[in-house]
Design a binder for this molecule. Structure first.
Ligand SMILES: *[C@@H]1O[C@H](CO)[C@@H](O)[C@H](O)[C@H]1NC(C)=O
Ligand SMILES: *[C@@H]1O[C@H](CO)[C@@H](O)[C@H](O)[C@H]1NC(C)=O
Ligand SMILES: *[C@@H]1O[C@H](CO)[C@@H](O)[C@H](O)[C@H]1NC(C)=O
Ligand SMILES: *[C@@H]1O[C@H](CO)[C@@H](O)[C@H](O)[C@H]1NC(C)=O
Ligand SMILES: *[C@@H]1O[C@H](CO)[C@@H](O)[C@H](O)[C@H]1NC(C)=O
Ligand SMILES: *[C@@H]1O[C@H](CO)[C@@H](O)[C@H](O)[C@H]1NC(C)=O
Ligand SMILES: *[C@@H]1O[C@H](CO)[C@@H](O)[C@H](O)[C@H]1NC(C)=O
Ligand SMILES: *[C@@H]1O[C@H](CO)[C@@H](O)[C@H](O)[C@H]1NC(C)=O
Ligand SMILES: *[C@@H]1O[C@H](CO)[C@@H](O)[C@H](O)[C@H]1NC(C)=O
Length: 649
């Protein structure tokens, strides 16, 4: 084998390695949540700003591999910054970032909204905070994370190499794109390193950040792995080649510069034994790659079969165009799981396109199965799922377009709409109950909606209620964070056993339905349970005790309502929001109560009512204290709340 053919051979192997080791590096290095929480009263607004920021940062990262956005106003402003490692391909960057976005929600559990968080992945980084932090380089929460395995060979040699490597990184980092990878080899021992400053950290700040990181990472040797996660930069070394090498080598622009350099490295630092080791490593990677490809092919085959069978797949490009490239003017709404846009398909059909906040690629098979099952569900009171797309940077769901706004728009009068008449309200409540009965008891799947609220009940031309977003939770069984964001906005609708203990049965939907009934009849929002004792449910309970239930009916009706029906609806509402899940009726019995005059049981009291003297009444259930009494510090308003009221499970 002549020198140049040997080089060619090695070079070919090298490109194979590059491909095979290339992955989004979506492994978590650290999640750091800040120590500062949003005011309980601002919860909803804050979550909205946060989701807007995540929505608007995604296309930026999808284009340039970094992005910074500012969304919201006042105390609910969210600053967000995301960046991928510069050696990742754009596709890998998208994958890493999608994963990162879903996981940073762990800083926003529904119990308290933390107004800052940083998530370091090995392939990407995401931070959100309440102030403009984009050019910061160092802070007190910076972390050094060493591997837990010590290098087995000559440790002093290893430490020397790490030292040399990090010095290379420190000085190499001064390049103007703030990124460098390096390799130090001696004997059969190689150490690989990567350093990157975030985009808005300027030259001098980057230098400071890297010097600090290099100082700290040195302490990791002789561990095989070390990372420093600074505010403005990321440094990692490892005995594994973890980065995409081609980004650092001079591009092989026909003159073989890359292979020449490789040859020099080989000639000077690698002995024959190292070369053999290298070859065996290469064959290992190649085999792994082939296996992986085979597995992917199998998965893809199954996927294509499912798609063809279901005819549900619509290409991303088609949908993107249909929604006018997700222009803000096409936006219909924003929920915990994504934003919804109006779109017109090429055949003229008007649809609603939901742009999922969550990446579905990791569980593509499962996703398609579920979409298939859910698309088989048809009921006059459920929004029909028409299709989906998983090929683009984001996953999309396509629904039938329901023209007449959501129930929330009417009841909370956000859009100056004509108030609903009594008969419309009755019909909507009954339709919602029928839709839920179908989901719980009649469909093959037994779906618990989990997020029944006014904004998830849409109205068509003749004011038939259509429940939206059912089955969404089924699509993300592993993704608990989806659920907690959805929850963050809708705490007022949540059954106590679900909030506190995570117990989820159909009766949680029955509770939310009860709140919905009361809101529709009274024309008011049920305040978040902790906020004050004067919640809608409490007022109604008090009136019910005095036999004056009908005084709670929406004054906008000006008395134009059927008194008997009104008392019936309110009593059904109260029966559904009882503290004890066992006492709540099933949805099919609710339908019977509403449509066939079945007897309605006497309600017991809703879960949170109490004395009414203290501003925050403790949560009682069967005489037991349900929620800890918040300390007085939690009562101050603004962003200074620090207590966690409910311990995370
Ligand atoms: C949060 O802040 C308090 C006081 O400001 C401090 O004592 C505590 O250690 C901080 N906790 C974390 C995790 O930073
Ligand atoms: C969020 O911020 C970005 C830029 O900071 C902006 O382009 C986008 O329109 C904002 N989104 C909303 C809904 O305000
Ligand atoms: C960040 O930029 C702001 C101006 O936007 C400047 O006032 C501040 O000093 C900068 N901070 C750092 C750490 O570079
Ligand atoms: C090293 O850490 C990994 C995960 O971080 C863990 O699974 C493994 O058990 C640890 N090994 C030792 C020897 O502690
Ligand atoms: C190669 O590394 C192993 C440990 O990984 C060590 O035991 C061996 O002595 C090394 N061989 C040479 C030639 O340096
Ligand atoms: C370890 O490497 C150093 C060079 O850094 C060398 O002087 C020493 O002899 C080596 N020790 C062993 C046990 O191989
Ligand atoms: C970089 O940021 C620092 C503040 O951290 C500032 O003092 C310095 O002037 C900036 N340098 C340049 C070149 O913008
Ligand atoms: C490696 O990085 C280069 C330059 O950023 C990029 O063009 C290439 O697609 C990457 N290769 C892989 C397999 O990710
Ligand atoms: C923001 O929060 C502070 C307390 O942290 C409060 O004093 C201020 O009024 C709030 N501002 C707005 C606009 O809500």
């Amino acid at each position: 084998m002549g020198f140049s053919s040997k080089c060619f051979f090695v070079f070919t192997l090298f490109s194979l390695i590059n491909v095979s080791i290339c992955d989004p590096r979506a492994t978590e290095a650290a999640l750091i949540c800040a120590n500062r929480t949003a005011a309980q009263s601002d919860r909803q607004v804050y979550v909205e700003s946060f989701l807007e920021a995540m929505d608007s940062i995604t296309p930026l990262v999808g284009r340039e591999k970094f992005g910074a956005v500012i969304n919201g106003t006042g105390n609910n402003t969210v600053y967000a910054f995301g960046e991928c490692m510069k050696d990742l391909s754009q596709t890998d960057c998208n994958l890493c970032f999608a994963q990162c976005k879903t996981q940073i929600l762990r800083c926003l559990p529904f119990q308290r909204l933390v107004t800052g968080g940083r998530l370091y992945y090995d392939g990407c980084f995401l931070r959100y905070d309440y102030y403009r932090f984009f050019n910061e380089s160092l802070s007190s929460v910076d972390r050094t994370i060493c591997g837990n395995k010590s290098f087995a060979g000559n440790q002093s040699l290893f430490s020397d190499n790490v030292g040399k490597l990090v010095r290379d990184l420190e000085f190499g980092g001064l390049r103007n794109d703030g990124f460098l990878t390096a390799v130090v080899s001696s004997g059969n021992l190689s150490v690989y390193g990567l350093a990157q400053c975030w985009e808005f950290v300027n030259g001098s700040a980057c230098r400071r950040c890297l010097s600090d990181a290099v100082l700290k990472i040195g302490s990791c040797a002789p561990k095989e792995e070390g990372r420093v996660l600074n505010t403005g930069c990321y440094v990692r070394y490892s005995t594994q080649r973890f980065f995409n090498n081609s980004a650092t080598d001079t591009p092989p622009a026909g003159n073989g510069g890359g292979s020449n350099r490789l040859a020099v490295i080989l000639a000077t630092t690698l002995g024959i034994s190292a070369f053999l080791l290298f070859v065996s490593a290469v064959s290992f990677f190649v085999r792994r790659k082939i296996l992986k490809q085979k597995r992917e092919k199998q998965q893809l085959g199954a996927l294509i079969r499912t798609v063809n069978k279901s005819k549900l797949n619509i290409s991303y490009e088609t949908l993107e165009k249909a929604a006018n490239y997700f222009n803000n003017s096409n936006k219909l709404g924003q929920g915990g799981s994504g934003s919804v846009y109006k779109g017109i398909l090429p055949d003229g059909q008007v649809v609603a396109i939901k742009r999922l906040f969550f990446n579905t690629r990791q569980w593509v098979d499962h996703f398609f199965n579920e979409v298939n099952l859910i698309s088989g569900i048809h009921h006059k009171n459920l929004v029909t799922l028409l299709g989906c797309s998983i090929t683009g940077p984001e996953s999309l769901l396509v629904y039938e377009y329901v023209p007449n706004h959501s129930l929330a728009d009417y009841v909370f009068d956000t859009k100056n709409l004509q108030p609903l008449t009594w008969s419309q309200r009755y019909k909507i409540v009954l339709g919602t109950a029928e839709g839920l009965t179908y989901l719980h008891e009649e469909s093959k799947l037994r779906i618990i909606h989990r997020d029944i609220k006014l904004s998830n009940v849409l109205l068509d031309e003749d004011f038939t209620a259509k429940i939206a977003d059912f089955g969404l939770a089924r699509l993300f069984p592993e993704d608990r964070s989806h659920i907690s964001t959805a929850i963050a906005g809708t705490l007022g609708y949540m059954a106590p056993e679900y909030v506190v203990r995570g117990i989820l049965t159909e009766k949680a939907d029955v509770y939310s339905f009860g709140v919905l009934v009361v809101e529709v009849v009274c024309g008011k929002k049920n305040n978040y349970v902790f906020k004050n004792t004067n919640s809608l449910l409490q007022q109604l309970w008090n009136l019910y005790g005095m036999g004056k239930c009908n005084e709670a009916v929406d004054p906008l009706l000006e008395g134009n309502f059927n008194k008997e029906e009104a008392s019936k609806l309110l009593q059904v509402g109260l029966v559904c929001v009882q503290a004890s899940a066992e006492l709540r009726p099933s949805m099919s019995s609710v339908v019977k109560m509403l449509s066939e005059n079945h007897e309605i049981p006497q309600p017991t009291q809703p879960p949170f009512l109490n004395s009414g003297s203290s501003e925050f009444s403790p949560f009682n259930l069967h005489g037991k204290r349900f929620f800890g009494q918040p300390s007085s510090s939690t009562q101050s308003s603004g962003n200074k709340l620090t207590e966690s009221w409910i311990e995370p499970r």
